[in-house]
Design a protein around this ligand. Structure first.
Ligand SMILES: [Zn+2]
Length: 107
């Protein structure tokens, strides 16, 4: 596994749920295989919608603006798809306009 993960200043990962710690290697592997750094831009910090799993430590956001075509480009879209395919169904991977959101939301 790559050690190429960066954590943006101010990101709070204290209290991160084990589900996110389990998902992280798959996310890192996907970014690494494509030749890009994994950069966490939000954990338990920041402002999210009411009831967001971020507040429970069950969601992480990953930067996409360093990908070719930027956050809304095909590479970011492909990255979200690739991460989704690595994780079991209990995870949701959402390609947002500024990042990729990964959450653990067992049905
Ligand atoms: Zn998020």
């Amino acid at each position: 596994m790559s050690d190429r993960v960066q954590i943006k200043d101010g990101v709070d990962l204290s209290g991160l749920h084990i589900s996110m710690i389990r998902a992280l290697p798959f996310v890192m592997e996907t970014f690494d295989r494509a030749g890009f750094e994994t950069i966490i831009t939000s954990g338990l910090d920041g402002q999210h919608s009411v009831g967001s799993l971020h507040y429970k430590g069950r969601a992480l956001d990953f930067r996409t603006r360093h990908l070719p075509g930027g956050s809304t480009g095909q590479a970011a879209k492909d990255m979200a798809h690739e991460i989704r395919s690595c994780l079991i169904d209990d995870y949701d991977v959402v390609h947002e306009s500024t990042h990729i959101h990964v959450e653990y939301d067992p049905k």
